[in-house]
Design a protein around this ligand. Structure first.
Ligand code: ARG
Length: 241
């Protein structure tokens, strides 16, 4: 009897291992409070959201950090299964990857050093502006400032990570950064920088999978629904905002 119980237990443990599929989650961990590294751990709203989704969908997670503009190519190449990186749902991106339902809404903000007195008019004509390569902030500046002949191309500096952009801002190598408003607000709360303007874009974030990976997308979407209904989502918002 005991032996049978022991074997059943072993079988159950084994099954849990076999059935909990491991998926690789790519992120660009430079974006507090959504994703950042603390004490060597991936933390932030998106990271915890993925952990909650994984619990509901019986998935094991492996996080990998990369530059934001590598995420879509990595998904397409099958190097990662999910991108959780506060990624805005855009029509262009939707042609090459699939997005979950939206889970967040943001605008773009312009941050400068706390003691700067540069105005937006001056910044947008002759400032040195930093963005993260391939982000909606980059696209906005490229289209609306450089594209319209307002700002010289050489004044738009593209960075792999916001960590690098922020240190250049603090060192005075650039005058401003254009980035998502929740992250601009977070930087303004913890670093000597301030928000001098907001560009209302009303963009929405989604979790991203390889185009056609319906199985995984369905799991993510149903888990998102459950997290909203059970109040777990509200709990995470409270934790990080
Ligand atoms: N929401 C913006 C975009 O999709 C910026 C996202 C940047 N994310 C990051 N983890 N650095 O382009």
């Amino acid at each position: 009897m005991r032996l049978i119980r022991f074997f059943t237990l072993c079988l159950l443990i084994l099954a849990a291992f076999v059935f909990a599929k491991t998926i690789t989650v790519g992120t660009s961990a430079d974006f507090p409070p959504f994703e950042y590294i603390e004490n060597g751990q991936f933390v932030g709203f998106d990271m915890d959201l993925m952990r909650e989704i994984a619990k509901l969908a019986n998935l094991e997670l492996k996080f990998v950090d990369m530059s934001f503009d590598s995420l879509i190519p990595a998904l397409r190449a099958g190097q990662i299964d999910v991108a959780a990186a506060a990624m805005t749902i855009t029509d262009e991106r939707r042609q090459v990857v699939d997005f979950s339902k939206p889970y967040w809404t943001a605008d773009q903000s312009i941050i400068v050093k706390a003691d700067s007195d540069l105005t937006i008019t001056v910044l947008f004509q002759k400032g040195k502006i930093g963005v993260q390569t391939g982000t909606t902030g980059d696209l906005w500046c490229t289209d609306n400032l450089v594209g319209k002949g307002l700002l010289p191309e050489k004044n738009l500096k593209r960075y792999d990570t916001f960590v690098l952009a922020l240190s250049d801002l603090l060192n005075g190598n650039i005058d401003a950064i254009v980035l998502d408003s929740p992250v601009g607000n977070r930087f303004a709360a913890v670093k000597p920088v301030k928000v001098v303007g907001v560009i209302v874009t009303g963009e929405q974030y989604g979790i991203v999978v390889k185009k056609g990976n319906k199985e995984l997308l369905d799991k993510i979407n149903s888990a998102l629904e459950v997290l909203i209904e059970t109040g777990k989502m509200a709990e995470l918002i409270d934790k990080y905002f």
